[in-house]
Design a protein around this ligand. Structure first.
Ligand code: C5P
Length: 468
């Protein structure tokens, strides 16, 4: 059969073909095939194939090769939006296919034309664009991606996400997606540190959203400095790549985590001991959440009435000294979380036999001596110090101030401070109210179950590891 080359057609025909193809959203070759099929059909040709329905008018995404990762970039309205154009290039350099949504506010900073030229296809802007909705639509945008990157993530976008709003294309897609979300926040430092933003951030992290930045530095506003600068495109691209390769559900795959949990029992004699009211619920929930996130977890636990979490190596100990030994043996690890309520003191003159109560004799004197501080010992190690050392501060007064002081004294990176006064019911209970204390400041978390605290902490750790 003779072959037909479009290049050999006359100019007028070529122009007409190009116009038809553009109108129907087909390639010129496809347009020719469609015309030929239709002609054959009109002729009643028995061998003719059915004509495919006309394509919609919006340009289609070029086919993506199998195995190529897809990022949907949502650009929010902030001065940092110009950096997102560079981010598109950085993602594409890494072989990642990029689609782009601009919010209405973003269009004040970058145009659909410039973003579209870089992604190489139509940029999406409207939730109620009939052509767009028929062709791709917000549900397809939400599903046909491996990762959504929001850069810049403005305070407003974060608030809408935390509240589950869906009143424009960007927020509707964010609500409809199952894909992992990476936020690159960018805003004025006061907006960033505002309690409302921090509350929204805590909610988003609890929801499993990953973070890159914000960084510290000069703001667009002259003379302003602080935390709020969007991470650089290279940092965002690297964080995106890590998330894409780590897999959405297992952000801690390949990482080793150590968790201590429960109380310690310090013997007075072979049958009596000093203990505390720790149930181990929080530590065990953290070990379970870390294992669910793909980490290789060692849980060193004092005596508790809890089942061993699934998929976790559990080492059972009684005393603080045994706990320290087991912790040191478990090194090296990437992250160590010290949730155990270790007894501060043990009995120095521990009886080797049961101390007898004898009529008329004085009560025995128990001399106490200090136990090793496991958290501080590990945080101050010169070698094999975990990348992230996290402690708890169970306080009954001045919670935040004591925790800040403890952060410095113990040499750890984060402290999860909680009020364990009897009226809070935290000790032994099922819920917890945490304030996360880091070198950057204090972040109050909402009251929630110990499982939710664990999930929020693990998401936070995963985000920290992804950016370091
Ligand atoms: O000093 P304080 O007991 O309040 O510190 C609490 C934090 O230190 C918790 O993370 C706890 O697991 C850890 N710790 C420890 N070894 C000790 C005492 C506390 O690891 N001997």
């Amino acid at each position: 059969m003779a072959s037909l080359t479009i290049r050999q057609l006359d100019e007028r025909l070529k122009k007409l073909l190009r116009l038809r193809a553009a109108r129907s959203g087909r390639s010129v070759e496809d347009e020719v095939r469609t015309i030929l099929r239709a002609a054959a059909d009109e002729d009643g040709g028995e061998a003719a194939e059915p004509i495919s329905p006309p394509a919609s008018k919006s340009p289609r995404r070029p086919a993506i090769a199998p195995g190529v990762k897809r990022v949907l970039l949502i650009v929010g309205g902030g001065i940092a939006a110009y950096k997102s154009l560079d981010l598109i290039r950085r993602l594409k350099e890494r072989g990642i296919a990029v689609r782009c949504i601009l919010t209405k506010a973003a269009e004040h900073f970058v145009t659909p034309l410039s973003a579209g030229a870089l992604v190489g296809e139509k940029v999406f802007t409207d939730l109620f664009d009939p052509a767009g909705e028929f062709d791709v639509g917000h549900i397809r945008l939400a599903r046909e991606t491996d990762l959504i990157v929001v850069a810049p993530a403005t305070a407003d976008l974060m608030a809408k996400m935390a509240g589950g709003h869906a009143n424009d294309l960007a927020t509707a897609v964010l609500l409809a997606t199952d894909a992992r979300i990476l936020l690159a926040p960018a805003m004025n430092p006061r907006m960033w540190s505002n309690k409302a933003t921090q509350r929204n951030l805590a909610q988003l992290v609890a929801d499993g959203v990953a973070l890159v930045g914000p960084n510290e530095g000069e703001m667009a506003e002259s003379g302003e400095r602080g935390t709020g600068r969007m991470a650089e495109p290279l940092e965002i691209a690297a964080a995106a790549e890590k998330l894409l390769s780590a897999g959405a559900e297992r952000p801690l795959a390949g990482k080793r985590l150590l968790v201590t949990s429960g109380p310690t029992h310090e013997p007075i004699d072979p049958v009596r001991y000093i203990a505390n009211r720790s149930s181990g619920k929080q530590g065990h929930a953290i070990a379970a959440a870390a294992a669910a996130a793909g980490a290789d977890v060692t849980l060193v636990s004092g005596p508790v009435n809890l089942p061993d979490p699934a998929g976790v190596t559990v080492i059972k100990v009684e005393t603080a000294r045994e706990m320290l030994q087991a912790v040191e043996r478990a090194l090296p690890v990437d992250v160590a979380i010290f949730a155990a309520a270790v007894a501060d003191w043990r009995v120095a003159n521990e009886g080797s036999q049961k101390i007898k109560k004898k009529a008329g004799q004085a009560t025995p004197d128990l001399t106490l001596t200090e136990n090793p501080d496991i958290l501080s010992t590990i945080a101050h190690r010169k070698s094999q110090r975990p990348r992230l050392v996290i402690g708890f501060a169970a306080e009954t007064e001045n919670v935040a101030a004591n925790a800040k002081d403890k952060l410095a004294r113990k040499g750890c990176d984060w402290i999860l401070a909680n009020d364990v006064s009897p009226q809070t019911g935290i000790m032994g209970g099922d819920s917890n109210t945490i304030q996360l204390v880091t070198a950057k400041g204090i972040e109050p978390w909402p009251p929630q179950t110990k499982q939710d605290v664990a999930a929020m902490l693990i998401a936070r750790i995963a985000a920290e590891i992804a950016r370091s």
